[in-house]
Design a binder for this molecule. Structure first.
Ligand code: XMP
Ligand code: MG
Length: 189
């Protein structure tokens, strides 16, 4: 394989290994199993970043649940969220009266999560909680609660395990920090 084909090349350092992620999924899954016992939650994965986390996390949730997905995007340049959030793919299920658990890859400014929580509450959901793999607390701009999360992260751009840079690298099996020169090279293009 040519060196340039190795997608690990763009990683500065690994933040969460496959084992770390498995441990997080087990811990959160156990907690969610307790908290949603007997509730038949509607678990909504936020596309596309939460796909990997959603499948691993829910396999550790020993509760009867319904799975669904929605896609939202915030206008931006790949790094910065602008605060304007748009609904791209709506959830199929009727959320009225349901206990909804949103599964997110990362909560950053909180604009996306706030938008989704407000929307689902407005539609009559009984409860709306969020379980995010990562929580970038330093950049929070909206007063929104991340009810469950795997780990806090510093203000660095992370990729892998669902998280992308310019729509690539989601399939890395771990979460890592992108090399600054990769970002720089794209800024200079
Ligand atoms: P907000 O700011 O609305 O953003 O909380 C949430 C969305 O922004 C993306 N995001 C990232 N994506 N690495 C990524 O690949 C990051 O470090 C990062 N920080 C924010 C992500 O799509 C998330 O759902
Ligand atoms: Mg996302």
């Amino acid at each position: 394989m040519q060196n340039s084909d190795n997608i690990d090349n763009i990683i500065d350092r690994v933040l969460f290994s496959q084992d770390d992620i498995e441990e997080i999924c087990q811990r959160l899954g156990k907690q969610l199993t307790e908290d949603y016992a007997g509730k038949f939650p509607l678990v909504i994965g936020v596309l596309k970043g939460a796909v990997y986390f959603m499948t691993d996390l829910t396999r550790h949730m020993n509760v009867k649940m319904q799975n669904d997905f929605m896609d939202v995007s915030s206008y931006g340049d790949g790094f910065e969220s602008t605060g304007k959030v748009r609904l791209d793919i709506d959830v199929q299920a009727d959320v009225k009266g349901r206990d909804v658990l949103l599964v997110e890859d990362i909560v950053d400014t909180g604009h996306t999560l706030k938008f989704m929580k407000d929307l689902l509450i407005e539609r009559g959901a009984k409860s709306v909680k969020c379980c995010a793999l990562l929580n970038k607390t330093e950049r929070r701009e909206d007063d929104v609660v991340v009810d469950y999360y795997g780990s806090k992260v510093e203000n660095e751009f992370v990729v892998g395990y669902g998280l992308d840079y310019l729509n690539a690298y989601r399939n890395l099996p771990y979460v890592g920090v992108l090399k600054p020169e990769v970002i720089q090279a794209n800024l200079n293009r």
